[in-house]
Design a protein around this ligand. Structure first.
Ligand code: GLC
Ligand code: GLC
Length: 814
């Protein structure tokens, strides 16, 4: 069954039936004001922080899954029939339903009883508001007398409190209405200096602001009393549940189209100018009125929409590929890059699987996200790197998460995830390679945000490395701490108490359990830091790091190899995890990927052997599973990983996040066929044809696809906010297509399928546009380069002379 299709020209996904297997969503906003919008108009909005500045209310884990949002009702006043053009919440069978999710906007509409209605939703650049531009057309032969009702439900700011603290919140809600604008001002009378507003471009026939008046007793959003009777009550919310609803009457001649603009916005007033007049309790609206007036004009709306299009066009043009595979092109050129920006903006906070009231920014997550967006927003990447480093502890350790509003480490979750500090090195290396901005290494950055503890960023990186060296276990491998990349491999937790957090409980002193994954990561990070040190002229540092990398490399060969693959870990009893000796969980994907990324096994054939094992044991048509065999019961000494039923999440699910590590490893050993095959298995566009099984959006990656042990093998979950976005982007653009920023220039080192005749990439790198044409003349993947007509040694395009902004590269693969 098909639910829609891609329109690559317009960079849209067009959903053509509303009852998608799961809500298929999009994001509005890319700076400070954000919204989540589903294909039926569901979702919510917030300013900066999804938990603390929530504008509109959303109910979690609802049935239907997606309920509550930006709902518009139309009513035919001749016969009293009413419906919603976005299908929800009335769910009338309409004609020509379509939802076009595009870059930062969505357009949702349908035709019912010869009335066509379509709404464009977006957030203009530089503003803290969202626009709903509704167009209504009378396709009939008779004049139509219509009513339009808008509706949103305000959240009383702190979304967590809003969902739980009713004894207070049922008494605090307040609104004002002036010139047809509904102002939501709960708590403004006391310590808040911000409010929300909901405005409409047309003359109102009425309004409502109290939910239960609008809906009527024992009714829901599918049949509000006000819409049914066709008239607002002009209710004024005092306590209970403030909402915003406008009523506009539209009389349309046959063929006539009319537009109605709604604005939902957030506004702050200076603390000493909150009220107008100052002695009153009335919101000072002088500062917001010009903004409202500006965006209620359709000419402003149109030019703001055009600016948004240009913004995305500029970002996406930085890397454009043309390959023989359309799924690759559309993900690389449009959707995967777009998703990387969503992970930059949202981290893991607000999606339909992340409630927005949960976690802060992950230290490990954010460093990895950087791989996907650093080329698009380098200045903001710099800021992110420094924010992250500023939460690092003096020991070199890291908080697992930090809060975006305060930028402080999150004490509730704490630290001791022993891989965390090393990700900072990989993040900074990616930043340096992309930007060449070496000055960042000298930036003074505090530890744990404490003033006067500032040290150059470079020293933070040294401490990250030292953190691992200070924590080696019995085999000389890194101690795992609470967990490594796999948050659910909790070898020191030993939790037998229901509900206890696997992430924060530690019942063993942690001096035994070791991680081969961290060992591989250490080798990679130490080599990266050595490269950095060398380029700064710190040769003795570089030598030390290389020595440390060599030593760990040897240790992995000695104690981290299981015969056919890399071992995963040693548990608290010193017993192997991820070994042929184990009954379950014999082989894990993570160390195969990361050890090879670090270069381990490249010379002695271990890499190829490990990759063959992955192919034989872990690969399925839906992607590569995390481990096998799945854990069939709970193991006290392994923790959360064994808490999941077999085939889900970390217990042998297909984690789309680490599949790219294997793609990269295959590319590194020169196996372009396998690398690309794995790439396509989890590519969302390539899976579009099985949407009924996959269920999540076909235009973005999900964190997980159920593994072969699950009854729903092939079903995806947790779309949008996942490190999967960055890693797949990194794997395809930098290793399979092989266009890779390095310290000495742009590398062209593809590992493409043997059947491909070639491809082209246009890539902007440090101010220069590289137009790269790759042609296959032999079967292998050895590249020879001709740059602006001249042959060049090796596979790195040298930096052009100053002033040159365009370079043509021809690469032949033999
Ligand atoms: C989730 C977490 C990530 C972790 C992964 C594996 O995606 O966000 O930090 O590495 O799960 O447990
Ligand atoms: C849970 C999830 C895991 C995630 C972690 C982060 O353990 O299963 O995937 O990484 O939470 O908070």
């Amino acid at each position: 069954m098909s639910y829609g299709h891609f329109d690559d020209e317009r960079r849209e996904y067009i959903i053509s039936r509303p009852d998608t297997p799961l809500p298929w969503i999009n994001y509005l906003g890319c700076e400070a004001y954000f919204g989540i919008i589903s294909n039926t108009g569901g979702g919510y909005s917030f300013y900066r922080d999804a938990r603390l500045r929530r504008l509109t209310r959303y109910r979690y884990n609802n049935a239907p899954f997606d309920f509550g949002g930006r709902y518009i009702y139309l009513r035919d006043n001749a016969n009293g029939q009413f419906w919603s053009p976005s299908w929800q919440p009335t769910r009338h069978e309409a004609k020509n339903y379509s939802c076009r999710h595009g870059m930062g906007y969505s357009i949702i509409g349908s035709t019912f009883n010869r009335i066509k209605a379509e709404t464009l939703y977006f957030v203009p650049l530089g503003e803290n508001l969202e626009i709903w531009q509704l167009s209504v057309t009378n396709l009939g032969r008779k004049p139509a007398k219509l009513s339009v009702f808008s509706s949103i439900e305000f959240c009383l700011w702190d979304a967590q409190d809003d969902a739980t603290n009713f004894q207070r919140n049922f008494s605090t809600g307040q609104v004002e209405i002036e010139d047809g604008v509904i102002y939501h001002k709960t708590e403004y009378r006391e310590r808040r200096d911000h409010f929300a507003y909901f405005a409409c471009s047309e003359k109102l026939a009425g309004y409502d602001t109290q939910r239960d008046v609008f809906l009527g007793a024992y009714r829901s959003w599918d049949k509000p009393a006000v819409v049914e009777r066709g008239r607002s009550f002009n209710s004024l919310a005092h306590g209970w549940a403030p909402i915003g609803s406008h009523h506009v009457k539209l009389n349309l001649k046959p063929g006539e189209t009319r537009q109605v603009i709604f604005l939902l916005g957030y506004h702050e007033n200076p603390k000493d100018q909150k009220f107008d007049p100052p002695t009153s309790q009335t919101v000072n609206k002088r500062t917001v009125k010009p903004v409202i007036a500006k965006y209620l004009k359709s000419t402003t709306v149109e030019s703001a929409f055009e600016s948004l299009r240009q913004y995305w066009d500029r970002l996406l043009r930085l890397y454009q590929a043309k390959t023989p595979d359309r799924h690759t092109d559309r993900m690389v050129n449009i959707w995967n890059a777009y998703q990387c920006m969503a992970t930059f903006n949202m981290s893991r906070s607000a999606s339909f699987y992340e409630s927005g009231i949960g976690r802060g920014l992950g230290f490990r997550d954010s460093n990895q996200d950087l791989l996907g967006f650093v080329h698009m927003v380098p200045e903001r990447a710099r800021e992110r790197v420094i924010d992250l480093a500023a939460t690092q502890l003096e020991t070199g350790g890291a908080y697992h998460q930090y809060q975006p509003l305060t930028k402080r480490g999150n004490d509730d979750i704490g630290g001791n995830f022993n891989d965390d500090p090393l990700w900072l090195i990989l993040g900074v290396a990616a930043y340096l390679k992309e930007t060449g901005d070496w000055s960042i290494l000298d930036a003074p950055v505090p530890f744990d945000n404490k003033p006067k503890t500032e040290k150059a960023l470079y020293e933070h990186l040294e401490r990250s490395l030292q953190y691992t060296l200070d924590r080696l276990g019995p085999h000389g491998l890194p101690l795992i701490g609470r967990a490594d990349w796999n948050d659910c491999l909790n070898l020191n937790c030993f939790s037998d108490t229901p509900g206890q957090s696997f992430q924060t409980t530690t019942n063993k002193d942690g001096k035994v359990a070791e991680s081969v994954f961290i060992a591989g990561m250490f080798v990679l990070a130490a080599r990266e830091l050595a490269d950095i040190a060398e380029r700064r002229g710190l040769n003795s540092d570089a030598k030390d790091y290389r020595k440390a990398a060599e030593r760990m490399h040897e240790t992995v060969r000695k104690h981290g190899w299981d015969g056919e693959w890399f071992l995963r870990a040693y548990d608290d009893f010193g017993k192997k995890v991820g070994s042929k000796e184990c009954e379950e969980g014999k082989i894990f994907i993570e160390p195969q990927g990361f050890c090879i990324l670090a270069g381990i096994g490249m010379e002695d054939g271990l890499a190829k052997k490990a990759l063959d094992s992955v192919n034989n044991v872990l690969a399925t048509p839906h992607g590569i599973m995390l481990q096998q065999p799945a854990y069939s019961k709970y193991y006290l000494h392994l923790g959360e990983i064994s808490s999941y039923p077999p085939g889900y999440k970390e217990n042998a699910g297909i984690f789309c996040h680490n599949n790219p590590w294997v793609m990269i490893a295959e590319a590194m050993v020169g196996n372009g066929d396998r690398a690309f095959d794995y790439y396509l298995r989890i590519n969302p566009s390539a899976r579009e044809k099985m949407s009924q099984l996959h269920r999540c959006e076909p235009y973005v990656y999900a964190q997980m696809i159920a593994g072969k042990d699950a009854p729903t093998h092939g079903e995806a979950k947790n779309s949008w906010l996942t490190g999967t976005a960055a890693w797949n982007y990194f794997a395809i653009t930098q290793f399979i297509l092989g266009i890779r920023p390095t310290y000495s220039g742009l590398m062209v080192s593809p590992a493409i399928p043997s059947s491909w005749k070639g491809f082209t990439v246009s890539r902007k790198f440090q101010g220069v546009r590289y137009d790269i044409t790759v042609k296959r003349i032999g079967k292998g993947n050895r590249a020879r380069l001709v740059v602006d007509g001249r042959p060049v040694e090796g596979n790195v395009v040298p930096r052009p002379r100053g002033g040159v902004t365009q370079v043509a590269v021809e690469a032949t693969l033999e």
